[in-house]
Design a protein around this ligand. Structure first.
Ligand SMILES: Nc1nc2c(ncn2[C@@H]2O[C@H](COP(=O)(O)OP(=O)(O)OP(=O)(O)O)[C@@H](O)[C@H]2O)c(=O)[nH]1
Ligand SMILES: [Mg+2]
Length: 301
């Protein structure tokens, strides 16, 4: 998606700049320090996406995971420091040319630049963390038909994704195993044409008000709001997931109210429950109902 290179903190930046300038003397030393810091700080700002033009899905996701205002503030602090460093170095070079003591001027500049960088150290660290989170975001395409697998935690969403696509999500017998959006692709033949569909597992959600939802659940909401042509809503009536069916049905009603797209409801783990609802009965263990689910997807997209 976005390629953002590593962002050094204040101390690392100082080390880098002064190491590179080690062999130089006087105004050339300052010139080298200026060059290194200017290039690094400029790249940090340039590498981040311009938030004004990104798709609303990404805007909200980055805002949720990182905080866009904080990020913009940090980026402008970095830009402020970069300009300040250009001015300080220019003054230093001028002083040396005018005949002031070069060693003293460099030491003085070192002090000023390092205190300047210390002032933006929190911003640099914040941006490094933001960069890391952004680099972990899946490359979701916002322009091909998308189906989102949603439901309570631990009901078998990852298991369904791995049956329908080549994705290899982590599958484990405890809730919130999937902590972010997991992406897969599913191919169908429709009207003598092969169609590629994007299929995304949304992290599990609990039936509780949005204000009480955690960051993992909120990612599901952001995806559901912006992406799907249809939703596969997964129920587990076996109690194997650890949550009563009643709460899962409440969540289903919420999802129906909030998102006006087609919803395919499946009851998974029927090998355990024997099937307790009138929805499409499937089992990722035995394979029961999977063909029917694929047919339903084909009809809807
Ligand atoms: N018996 C049985 N177990 C299943 C079935 N589908 C999934 N499981 C098991 O249920 C557990 C949870 O499956 P996942 O696919 O990780 O569930 P999830 O909804 O992605 O879970 P989170 O990502 O934590 O929300 C795992 O131990 C699976 O092996 C099924 O049809 N039958
Ligand atoms: Mg999962």
């Amino acid at each position: 998606m976005w390629k953002i290179g590593k962002i050094l903190n204040a101390e690392q930046l100082m080390d880098k700049a002064f190491r590179r300038a080690k062999k130089k003397k006087g105004s050339e030393k300052i010139e080298e320090i200026r060059k290194t810091l200017n290039e690094s700080l400029r790249r940090y700002v340039r590498d981040f996406p311009s938030f004004d033009n990104i798709h609303p899905f990404y805007y909200e996701l980055i805002d949720l995971l990182v905080g866009i205002n904080k990020m913009k503030k940090s980026l402008s602090s970095v830009e402020w420091a970069r300009k300040k460093i250009l001015l300080l170095s220019r003054d230093g070079i001028k002083k040396i040319r005018k005949g002031e003591d070069a060693r003293k001027t460099v030491i003085d500049l070192y002090g000023r630049i390092s205190s300047l960088l210390r002032q933006i150290d929190e911003d640099l660290k914040f941006l490094e963390n933001a960069r890391f989170k952004i680099s972990k975001m899946p490359s979701v395409s916002t322009d091909i038909p998308t189906i989102i697998i949603a439901g309570y935690p631990n009901v078998g969403k990852s298991s369904i994704l791995s049956i329908l696509s080549k994705a290899k999500p982590e599958i484990a017998p405890y809730p919130f195993t999937t902590k972010g959006l997991v992406l897969g692709h599913f191919h169908i033949n429709k009207d003598y044409e092969e169609k590629k569909i994007q299929i995304i597992e949304a992290p599990g959600m609990l039936d509780r008000p949005i204000e009480e939802k955690n960051e993992i659940e909120k990612q599901a909401i952001v995806a559901l709001k912006h992406l799907p042509k249809a939703i596969i809503f997964v129920l587990d009536a076996s109690m194997h997931c650890g949550y009563p069916l009643k709460n899962q049905l409440n969540l289903l009603e919420e999802v129906k109210k909030m998102f006006k797209v087609k919803i395919i409801v499946v009851e998974n783990k029927v090998d355990l429950s024997g099937g307790k609802t009138d929805y499409i009965k499937i089992s990722c263990k035995s394979g029961e109902g999977i063909e029917e689910l694929k047919e339903k997807i084909k009809e809807l997209v």
